[in-house]
Design a protein around this ligand. Structure first.
Ligand code: IPM
Ligand code: MG
Length: 375
């Protein structure tokens, strides 16, 4: 692979930029200068090309993930994704809608099996959380590791059939292989190693076969590969409660696909503003640097209500770019620098409306510029 050799040299990061719809292009525009500046300081360069996805893909090419966009992603080291969807495309069949029609095929095409979602809320922003301040005196700092290409989302059979008696039956299949559980557990182990060495594994082993296997494989994998890491198992219903009762106790939360979809949104809600939530989806495909090819996106959605008004918080997009530097390029110092610049900007009281709590606020562009200035 020669990854280590490559890393020592100057890098030219080749990324596919997919801004998407509504606020997507606005927050993307604010993030690219920050990304370029962080790279330039370290002597690296960024080569990117921009492509339609989501509603823009449907409008300009007839589908949410145009062939030309997918081809550009294949030629890149990583994807920086904005946000997609909106009222304009809500009447389309679910599978053709911007979000589902772009994200699911991208996850499948690149086997992006690991979804890393940091749930981060600095103490300075604790007023943005719906939780009482005394529950989160030090803010929230956790990570959800969600399995992303298995379970109910992709399991077969998947069908809707009209039965002989006229009734209609829909089927989704939850299926997991040991190997799929092992590889996502490995991501959780690596994440926990760099943090507090604790994993909370979520399942429904009191009901589901998949969860019985999940619990067994996670336990055995950690015992075999990472005896220094402590695993706790929790049923998903209880985990949903603990996330609101005691989020500060959770560090790395490991889940299967559907549970992670739900719990990561709950985590985002508990953390306050969606405008701060970044994410990485990583697979087993390696890029030119021998690092995981990945898709990096804010978790917040395309926010049609504030689009085009220079109001959206660009932090999630900028933090997603930092995750990209860390995971797909091994540029940890540059990722740290971006994260520190975001924190400093917030600490300095420069905020977009969603995190200003009625105090003075700035627009998307000014927020991006303030972060850039602190880099
Ligand atoms: C997410 C989204 C997607 C998912 C949808 C848009 C298919 O909710 O990334 O969490 O369910 O995975
Ligand atoms: Mg979701």
């Amino acid at each position: 692979m020669g990854g280590a050799l490559f890393l020592a040299a100057t890098m030219d990061l080749k990324i596919a930029v997919l801004p998407g719809d509504y606020i997507g292009p606005e927050v993307m525009a604010a993030s690219l200068p920050v990304l370029e500046a962080a790279l330039k300081r370290a002597g690296h360069t960024l080569s990117y090309s921009t492509h339609d996805v989501g509603g823009a893909g449907i409008d300009n090419h007839g589908k949410a993930l145009p062939d030309s966009t997918l081809a550009a992603c294949r030629a890149a080291d990583a994807i920086l994704f904005g946000s997609v969807g909106g009222p304009k495309w809500e009447k389309l069949p679910p599978a053709e809608q911007p979000e589902r029609g772009s994200l699911l095929p991208l996850r499948k095409a690149f086997t992006l099996f690991a979804n890393v979602r940091p749930g981060f809320m600095p103490a300075a922003l604790s007023a943005s959380s719906p939780l009482k301040a005394e529950r989160i005196p030090n803010g929230i700092d956790m990570v959800c590791i969600r399995e992303l290409t298995g379970g109910l989302y992709f399991g077969r059979p998947k069908s809707t059939t009209t039965l002989a008696d006229g009734d209609i039956e829909a089927i989704d299949t939850m299926v997991y292989r040991k190997s799929e559980i092992e590889r996502i557990t490995d991501v959780a182990i690596a994440t926990a190693r760099a943090r507090s060495k604790r994993i909370l594994s979520v399942d429904k082993a009191n009901v589901l076969e998949c969860s019985v296997l999940w619990r067994k494989v996670v336990t055995e994998r950690v015992k075999a590969l990472a005896p220094d890491i402590e695993v706790t198992h929790m049923y998903v219903d209880n985990a949903a409660m603990q996330l609101t009762l005691n989020p500060a106790k959770i560090d790395v939360m490991l889940t299967e696909n559907m549970f992670g979809d739900i719990l990561s949104d709950e985590m985002a809600a508990v953390c306050g503003s969606l405008g701060m939530m970044s994410s990485a989806s990583l697979g087993d495909v390696k890029n030119r640097y021998g690092k995981p090819f990945g898709l990096y996106e804010p978790a917040g959605g395309s926010a049609p209500d504030i689009a085009g008004q220079d109001k959206a918080n660009p932090c999630a997009q900028i933090l997603s770019a930092a995750l990209m530097l860390r995971h797909s390029f091994g540029l940890n110092a540059e990722a740290d620098a971006i994260e520190a610049a975001v924190r400093k900007t917030i600490a300095d009281g420069i905020r977009t409306g969603d995190i200003a709590f009625g105090g003075p606020s700035v627009g998307t562009k000014a927020m991006g510029a303030a972060i850039l200035a602190r880099l």
